[in-house]
Write a protein that binds this ligand. Structure first.
Ligand code: 26Q
Length: 840
């Protein structure tokens, strides 16, 4: 790293932008590159190589071209020690399959297709073969991945830091209508995209106790004597931007025992004990916790959080001191760290510890550096999702950090008391420690106090965050708050996944729109062109046929591509109200049973999503979806006019063929509960119309596409609050609304659950007597709105116009816009292009 080459040796190094068999982008170079890998790296002959062999060979060939850019980007960073680098700290990165996305970003999709066809191999087959790394639960993890794509595309130097889980999110299967979880084995055929960097490993300490000692200089210092040390080994995955030279890194840490073997124990025959330490150390990066939104206070989860945060901060400090010749006092000038929710919030205490204990800074200086480094993004309004850790557990695992948190708290609360004298309740609310009964460390408060910026993920969410969750913090630090509405990458969620629409769009408005998504506005005048509308429908039709084929393969259910594809895919949660969707389906069913010749719009209802394994109510909703499917799909009286499909194992890959095939996007959460949503953006970007509540980013989507192009229903967040305050009585609605009563009675009757007539009773009783997510309150409004959907569907031309306008007006939901907002409002960083020709 610090070695210097003499001038002659340096002159001999081939230029990194050389085009050779390892780097050429034409079909011929790619063909030779794939063959080289097959022969010399994998030891295979093309004639006998398996699909996996070809997948690996093509991926390695692509990876060479990524590394070429990666080395260049690193060089640019070394040349610019003054540049600020973003560290995106996240317990989850749901990056999706890499081969197709990298080919798109490199601009060699067609070249690779041609290269492979010379070998008789279909590129599509290789792309479909890739198992995605499921290193996240849902929205938060996928957002982190979209942001890495945009950071590189905007040529902002950045690293993603997280955990290399050996087992990501479980694979979902459906048996007898119930969700079954199988372990994810994403690594079983090898991962060609990552490269391990054992030489950059760092050690992480746990447990033990702290000691005070006096330095030679007379300063009182603290020493942490840990009980356990675990090694973190970084595994790097290159993250290339779209058609640029910037290639950033996703650096994920794997836990490794410092000592693989205890010889003392082995030699006396205690074989199990000899490897026990190795096993427990390495458990840290074994498995992703599959529950989003309702954290449990498990020691292992806190170990995971501290493990990757400590690895990241140490790695950043090392780079700062060595590569950039920096000092600990200037850490914040080099690094902007973003906390993706509270999961990495212990970074505040870890950076303080490094600065105080390892580098000897004074408290005030260390605190200033820390605050200037950190930004905190909140992703939830659900009170049960706010992370806390019992003080006892926290202190057992991280004794030094607990001391530091106490000291941060002492100084901070002193400040609060000065600003609000006598307001002891406020002090109790803002304290980093919850002292109502058992004591807990409040991670959101730690993140707030340790950051210079706090943001929500959609306009409404930021407003509610300020009003409901953090009003005390707004009163004290109004300048810290800002909104950054989420976005999605149009490269993966349009260019890669919807090639038909991509071609049609580019034919009319040119090819710049994937990085200048506002340019989609250029489609607006085309709504008046009947031929364009016809072609628009032809693309959608093709995408629906593709989905119909996959649905048939996976579930055996035959669906009609001419029907309205009405789709809800997302994690299963009561607040997301998949069961409200079911109430609509059953309402249509009962209408048809009462009047078999009723003229209704044929619909295919598609559901997908995972339930947290311990969340019974969510699992029961999955069972109910499948029971409704069984009841309706084969009912001869329905004559195929309603079809219900639950697509198992919804993930990034499945999303890529589902979003392009949707006519209607279901975004029906209880207003005030969904922080933002990002699936809503992916659907709309692919030409689906949305039926939705005024929740999360739906509000901004509706404002952008125009209220006339969005199906709105339901109570607003304020109305929900008022109704709750007045005393909500769902039972009264049940009594008054005959159709609703009919549907709920049907569910409770046992007709949907022949094996167990009482199966769905708790669900129905919950709705009639409690209904915490206001399904009954929104039922009629939803049904009426769905009537409008059906009426509009019959007017094909008007529907198509609205579909085009949705796409044309999605510009603001590119994650490029989100990243520009973060750069300007949170990180104060500017792009550091390897090509300085495109300042936008
Ligand atoms: C925390 C502690 C212990 C175990 C698990 C967790 C945990 C894990 C994942 C808590 C929450 C999550 C994920 C939350 C999430 O995905 N939130 C979603 O974030 C999206 C991106 O901002 C938003 O669009 C969604 O509205 C929000 O629900």
């Amino acid at each position: 790293m610090t070695r210097t080459l003499d001038a002659a040796a340096a002159a001999e190094i081939p230029p990194i932008n050389d085009r050779t068999v390892r780097t050429g982008l034409d079909p011929d170079s790619l063909y030779h590159a794939v063959c080289d890998y097959l022969f010399y790296f994998q030891g295979r002959h093309p004639a006998t190589a398996s699909l996996n062999d070809y997948y690996l060979a093509a991926s390695y060939a692509v990876r060479d071209r990524l590394f070429q850019h990666g080395v260049q980007s690193l060089d640019v960073l070394i040349q610019h020690p003054e540049a600020r680098v973003v560290a995106y700290l996240s317990a989850e990165f749901l990056i999706g399959p890499q081969l197709g996305a990298n080919l798109i970003n490199l601009g060699i999709y067609d070249a690779m297709r041609q290269a492979l066809s010379r070998l008789g191999i279909s590129l599509d087959a290789l792309i479909d073969h890739e198992d995605e790394p499921g290193l996240g639960n849902g929205g938060l993890g996928r957002l982190a991945a979209c942001y890495l794509d945009s950071l590189a595309t905007l040529e902002v130097p950045a690293l993603g830091y997280g955990i290399r889980y050996e087992f990501g999110i479980f694979e979902q299967q459906i048996r007898d209508g119930w969700q079954i979880e199988l372990t994810d084995k994403w690594l079983h055929l090898g991962n060609p995209w990552e490269i391990a960097r054992p030489e950059r490993a760092v050690d992480v300490q746990f447990g033990g106790y702290t000691e005070y000692y006096v330095e030679e200089s007379g300063h009182l210092r603290v020493r942490w004597i840990p009980a356990e040390v675990v090694r973190g080994v970084p595994h790097d995955t290159p993250m290339l931007g779209y058609r640029v030279d910037t290639c950033n890194l996703l650096r994920l840490w794997r836990a490794q025992a410092v000592q693989s073997f205890d010889f003392a124990a082995f030699n006396v025959g205690r074989y199990h004990e000899a490897v026990e330490h190795k096993v427990t150390s390495e458990t840290i990066s074994k498995v992703l916790y599959p529950n989003d939104e309702s954290p449990q206070g498990k020691m292992l989860r806190l170990k995971q959080q501290y493990f990757f945060v400590s690895c990241a901060i140490q790695d950043m400090m090392r780079a700062h001191l060595k590569l950039a010749n920096g000092t600990p006092e200037t850490f914040h000038k080099r690094w902007a760290a973003q906390l993706n929710d509270t999961h990495p919030a212990v970074a505040v205490a870890e950076l303080m510890r490094l600065l105080l204990d390892d580098h000897g800074l004074e408290w005030e200086t260390a605190w200033e550096v820390t605050q200037k480094t950190m930004g905190y993004t909140n992703h939830t309004l659900l009170p049960e999702a706010l992370e806390t850790w019992s003080v006892e557990l926290f202190g057992t695992l991280l004794p030094r950090h607990l001391d530091i948190i106490y000291e941060i708290n002492r100084r901070f609360l002193e400040g609060v008391r000065k600003v609000f004298p006598g307001d002891t309740e406020r002090v109790a609310r803002m304290s980093l420690i919850d002292e109502h009964g058992a004591r807990y460390v409040r991670m959101a408060n730690l993140a707030c106090v340790g950051s210079h910026a706090i943001n929500g993920v959609a306009a409404l969410h930021t407003e509610l965050l300020k009003r409901q969750i953090l009003p005390d913090w707004v009163a004290m630090f109004p300048e810290k708050f800002c909104n950054v509405t989420n976005g999605v990458t149009p490269r993966r969620f349009l260019v890669l996944s919807n090639p038909g629409l991509t071609r049609l769009i580019s034919e009319h408005i040119g090819e710049n729109w994937p990085t200048h998504l506002e340019a989609l506005r250029g489609l607006e005048p085309l709504v008046d062109d009947p031929e364009f509308r016809r072609r628009w429908r032809a693309v959608k039709r093709e995408n629906k046929e593709r989905l119909a084929t996959i649905v048939k393969d996976r579930t055996g259910i035959v669906v009609d591509p001419d029907s309205l594809f009405d789709i809800q895919v997302k994690r299963i949660h009561e607040y997301k109200r998949q069961h409200l969707n079911l109430l609509h389906i059953l309402t249509l069913y009962q209408r048809l049973k009462a009047n078999p010749n009723l003229d209704i719009v044929p619909r295919t209802f598609v559901f997908g999503g995972k339930a947290a394994p311990g969340y019974y109510a969510a699992k029961l909703i999955i069972k109910l979806i499948n029971s409704v499917a069984d009841l309706i799909n084969d009912d001869s009286e329905i004559r195929g006019r309603l079809k219900i499909v639950f697509v198992p194992d919804f993930n990034v890959t499945a999303g890529q063929w589902i979003y392009p095939a949707a006519d209607l996007s279901e975004q029906i959460s209880t207003a005030g509960k969904e922080a933002s949503g990002t699936g809503n953006m992916k659907f709309s970007l692919n030409g689906a119309l949305t039926i939705g509540t005024l929740d999360g980013a739906n509000i901004e989507i509706r404002a952008e596409v125009g209220p006339e192009n969005f199906f709105l229903f339901g109570l607003t967040a304020d109305e929900v609050r008022e109704l709750k305050a007045r005393g909500y009585q769902p039972h009264a609605i049940y009594e008054e609304n005959a159709a609703l009563r009919g549907v709920l009675d049907l569910i409770a009757s046992g007709k949907l659950s022949s094996g167990d007539p009482n199966l769905f009773r708790p669900l129905v009783d919950g709705l009639i007597w409690h209904d915490p997510f206001f399904l009954l309150a929104d039922y009629q409004s939803y049904i009426d709105c769905q009537e409008e959907v059906s009426a509009l569907w019959r007017d094909t031309e008007t529907w198509t116009r609205k579909s085009i306008l949705n796409v044309a007006r999605m510009g603001m939901f590119s994650s490029d816009r989100s990243i520009r907002d973060y750069c300007a409002d949170v990180w104060n960083v500017r792009p550091l292009g390897t090509r300085a020709d495109d300042p936008s």
